[in-house]
Write a protein that binds this ligand. Structure first.
Ligand code: AMP
Ligand code: MG
Length: 510
């Protein structure tokens, strides 16, 4: 029998970070995996990157995705970064178990990082083993795909490969390597790293690098450092508003997990809120509730203030008091404007979720109150956040029963619904929209399927404990179609039993 030669595995790497940021990384090689086995390959993403999915799924491809073969043109490196973790500053974190392989230009001309997670210890590993387990890596994959399908900026997983090696946590778990695709891995903590060391030369090069990657329009602008700060603030404000409108709790919004690109990164102890509660916390390490659902906009503002601090030395000589004062004032303006930027994005999103199109300035306050009162109703009645929004679309289509069924007292939404209807009537008069069109529009912004915590756990347990990937694949297929009303997916739309949610905890960094 003839061996069919594997199709070419060609990567057109262009490694601008390695080139432009010496001092910002350690060149390093991935640890070999004894018995690589592909658990999932993201074929659509491979195609977007101009990669041959069949070649990646072949033995040589899987060996590469496990870190056993470094592809030509890659320049694997562990990035240096610092970060505030739960408010406390660590001057050196860095990629302890991750490696940037290199950068590719995708089919749309966008530069994307290709990076490993779980590829072995690096000089930044501190006490860690450099490894990752199958469950948490599949979790990152499915959560990222769900966020992407919801239209929320996110890093994505290209593949997860089991290594065939045990990793030791509270019990022995199968090991895995995830290949992550990101607009970049630059974080607020990347800037903090050089600022804390007083390395202004590299800090400046990092700012130029970030501008070239994410804000090219600012290149050459004399005010580009403030421009960058404002642009990052704008992206983070938009991101956190999107999280709030789908009920996503990141769980560990440390500055090292806050991207310059505005993508969601590091799906550790994250979860989606079910019974609506702004105080919801699921992370096992978030004892004080710092990263509770409702705190996320304030935390994002705090993180932007840390970025502002890190950038200040680039815009004012430390011994020029007047210049420092002016720079601090301008940075403070950006930070102080952050809540209003979140609010604008949040309110626009809520208006769309409420099925409203027209907002005369006089109506904006009324719409905000309408949204706030809706959320207060959901909180009071402990209604499921996702389903309540979705079933409001059914009400628009003339069917109230599914929404009422979410409330212990089926009359609880009466007063609010009357106000909402009156507002819809006014909106129709202004826009010429009608009920059928409104319901369809609402179903395009209010998802039916999110990665429900109990289903994620069930899928990961089957994959990790029994090497059964079927529940994971089904879940993945469902969360990739969050807005579709497919009876075959009904199970993926159902909330967990409240007893499950009450005890639910997520774990970080495993
Ligand atoms: P995270 O909580 O995943 O954002 O990681 C915070 C820091 O801990 C980063 O510097 C990681 O590289 C590092 N880290 C997390 N887990 C491990 C591990 N198992 N081995 C080495 N470093 C790790
Ligand atoms: Mg991290």
């Amino acid at each position: 029998m003839t061996e069919i030669a594997a199709p070419a595995l060609h990567f057109a790497f262009d490694n601008s970070y390695a080139r432009e940021l010496p001092g910002g990384y350690v060149a390093w090689q991935p640890a070999p995996a004894p018995a690589p086995a592909l658990l999932h390959l993201n074929r659509d993403l491979a195609d977007e990157l101009g990669l041959d999915a069949d070649a990646l799924a072949s033995n040589p491809g899987v060996a590469m995705l496990a870190g056993n073969v470094v592809p030509e043109g890659a320049a694997p490196l562990a990035q240096a970064y610092a970060g505030h973790q739960f408010g406390g500053f660590s001057p050196q974190l860095g990629d302890g178990r991750a490696l940037l392989l290199g950068e590719l230009i995708d089919r749309h001309g966008r530069r994307r990082d290709l990076a490993f997670k779980g590829s072995g210890r690096t000089p930044f590993a501190r006490g860690g083993d450099g490894k990752a387990a199958v469950g948490p890596m599949l979790r990152e994959l499915v959560l990222g795909e769900a966020m992407h399908a919801l239209g929320i900026p996110t890093t994505r997983a290209l593949a997860v490969v089991a290594t065939g090696e045990p990793v030791y946590r509270d019990r022995v778990l199968p090991g895995a390597v995830l290949t992550r695709v990101a607009a970049s891995h630059l974080r607020v903590g990347s800037f903090q790293y050089f600022a804390a060391r007083g390395d202004l030369d590299t800090l400046r090069r990092l700012a130029e690098h970030a501008i070239a990657r994410h804000d090219l329009a600012l290149a050459g602008d004399p005010d580009r450092v403030f421009g960058l700060l404002g642009a990052v603030a704008g992206r983070q404000a938009a991101l956190v508003a999107q999280w709030m409108n789908v009920g996503f709790i990141h769980g560990v919004m440390n500055t090292d997990n806050t991207t310059i690109s505005g993508e969601t990164i590091d799906y550790g102890p994250c979860a989606f809120v079910e019974a609506y509660d702004p105080g919801a916390v699921f992370s096992s390490i978030d004892h004080g509730g710092r990263y509770a659902f409702g705190n996320q906009p304030q935390v994002a503002r705090w993180n932007i203030a840390r970025l502002a601090e890190a950038l200040l030395p680039l815009v004012a000589e430390p011994d020029d008091e007047a210049a420092v004062r002016r720079a601090v004032e301008r940075a403070t303006e950006v930070v102080d404007a952050f809540p209003a930027r979140v609010d604008t994005a949040l309110r626009a999103g809520q208006r769309a979720k409420l099925g409203l199109r027209h907002a005369a300035p006089a109506e904006a306050d009324g719409d905000a109150a309408l949204a706030d009162d809706w959320l207060a109703l959901l909180q009071r009645e402990r209604a499921d956040f996702t389903l309540a929004w979705r079933r409001l679309a059914d009400v628009a289509a003339g069917d109230e029963a599914p929404l009422r069924a979410l409330f212990a007292d089926t009359r609880a939404p009466d007063a609010w619904l009357a106000r909402w209807r009156a507002r819809c009537t006014a909106d129709d008069a202004a826009t010429g929209a009608d009920a059928v069109e409104r319901a369809a529009r609402m179903r395009r912004v209010n998802p039916l399927v999110i990665p429900r915590n109990h289903l994620v756990e069930e899928a990961l347990a089957a994959a990790s404990d029994d090497a059964d990937l079927a529940p994971f694949e089904h879940l993945l297929a469902a969360v990739r179609r969050p807005f579709d009303d497919d009876p075959a997916l009904a199970r993926y739309a159902e909330p967990a039993a409240s007893a499950f949610t009450a005890c639910y905890r997520t774990f970080c960094g495993t």
